[in-house]
Design a protein. Structure first.
Length: 463
């Protein structure tokens, strides 16, 4: 448990504070004395002096006690157009009352100033003891519409809160929502009100929301206050999964045709399973003569053919050092980011496609450390891969060579290997993957045409 110790002993600043308070008290006494014995104009000057000193003392107290850090930074105040007209009227009445000295004008001026003071007090009361909570899904896909519920609880015992705009998250390039804000007319004391809106993310990633903005110009519309209330939420945005054009991806009619080719390659590398009694039609070369002589019956060796339906997806997250993009593609940072996003979306779509077909899917990438997942099936494996793809970013290092060198040759022979790269992959790494493996497929997303050719859909949201 972390503990903090506060020293409450008298400090050296105590005499300085005492002198400061003595100076303030002396100015106040001098001002009141001058008001009692001098003319009206001089009394007004001393009154303004007293008010100024008081405001300075309040500001100094706020800075010392952390008021600026805890309150002012969390609040934004905007003066409305109506407030400018109101201040103009107040200034006119103030000048008229000073020049004429009429009691009625002084009374009207005081009422207008009281009007402004009450406005500030009621506005501040609206935001006191408000608690905001947000309900978010744990994960969504890029472009998927989802619902966000925001609950506003008024923890005051007696006073309701009125006319509040809830601005949960501002619209940005990566976040879209159906309405810019939600309106709450009233939250009763001790009550709770809920608002909801629909939203969607345009980019994958992990998003963390720390605050929720509450805005109000209650009660008279003179000052518009915005308060940031702590309200933490987190959501992981997965890349889109789109229908795959399998013949284009694998180069054959179906994955089963590629599996048959892989099985013919590894027939000589079948795994020994055990011995069994000889049957008519068995290959005589498989007879185990030592065991047959011992048990006095012909025994043949039995092998297990490794025809598992497994796919290994490798994502190349390295940057293109040569700077060679596709045709018409500018070699800029934005262009490289776009090609990488296409590659991530293709890897996610491949994982979803083969898992739906019952294949065991293995995955390897730099995220940013080396990530290797053994072949597995089911939705749980798909979401494990999507979780990695949601957070992966481009790597400055030669990550593909490191990945290729760490993959076992037995895995390369027993899997359909698909390498997804946003650019022309490193030839050295490709040679490592092709060693003893003729089912390697290299898919690049160097331009929009090549990236879009791997998918069935070409409508909204397509590349």
């Amino acid at each position: 448990m972390n503990m903090s110790v506060v020293d409450v002993a008298p400090s050296a600043e105590t005499p300085r504070k005492s002198r400061s308070w003595l100076v303030t008290l002396s100015v106040l006494l001098l001002g009141f004395t001058a008001v009692l014995v001098s003319s009206e104009a001089l009394s007004l000057v001393f009154l303004m002096l007293i008010v100024s000193v008081g405001l300075l003392r309040v500001a100094a107290f706020g800075v010392r006690t952390g008021l600026r850090r805890n309150i002012i930074r969390r609040r934004k105040v905007r003066v409305t157009r109506e407030a400018f007209w109101f201040f103009f009227i107040v200034a006119g009445f103030s000048l008229a009352s000073i020049n004429t000295g009429y009691n009625l004008l002084c009374l009207v001026t005081a009422m207008l100033l009281a009007f402004l003071l009450i406005s500030g007090i009621l506005a501040e009361t609206t935001f006191r003891k408000l608690r905001v909570s947000r309900s978010l899904p744990q994960s969504v896909f890029v472009g998927e519409q989802f619902r966000v519920d925001v609950a506003v609880e008024n923890q005051k015992r007696l006073i309701p809160s009125y006319a509040m705009c809830i601005i949960d998250v501002e619209r940005t390039e990566t976040f879209a929502k159906d309405r810019p804000y939600e309106l709450l007319l009233k939250v009763d004391s001790g009550g709770k009100e809920r608002v909801s809106y629909s939203a969607r993310f345009r980019r994958r990633g992990r998003y963390v929301f720390n605050t929720c903005a509450v805005k109000s110009s209650f009660p008279f519309g003179l000052l518009e206050k915005t308060v940031q209330i702590p309200c933490r939420g987190e959501v992981t945005v997965y890349p889109r999964i789109r229908p795959i054009r399998e013949p284009r991806v694998l180069g054959v009619a179906s994955a089963e045709d590629l599996l048959k080719k892989a099985v013919r390659i590894e027939e000589a590398q079948e795994e020994f399973r055990g011995l069994r009694e000889y049957r008519i039609g068995d290959n005589p070369r498989l007879i185990h003569w030592k065991t047959s002589a011992r048990v006095r019956k012909l025994q043949v060796k039995e092998f297990e053919r490794r025809r598992a339906r497994r796919v290994l997806i490798i994502l190349d997250s390295s940057t293109d050092e040569s700077g060679a993009g596709g045709e018409g593609e500018e070699n800029t940072e934005d262009g490289a980011t776009t090609r990488f996003e296409w590659a991530v979306e293709l890897a996610a779509s491949l994982a979803g496609h083969f898992i739906r077909k019952g294949f065991g899917v293995a995955f390897s990438a730099m995220t940013p450390s080396v990530t290797r997942m053994e072949a597995s099936t089911g939705r749980r494996r798909l979401y494990d891969i999507l979780e990695k793809l949601a957070r992966i970013g481009p790597s400055e290092e030669d990550s593909l060579s490191e990945l290729a060198g760490g993959i076992r040759q037995s895995d390369l022979r027993s899997h359909i290997v698909i390498l997804v790269s946003p650019h022309r992959p490193d030839e050295k790494a490709v040679r490592i993957l092709q060693k003893g493996q003729s089912t390697l497929r290299v898919l690049t997303t160097r331009d929009e045409e090549s990236a879009g050719s791997y998918f069935e859909d070409r409508g909204e949201g397509a590349l």
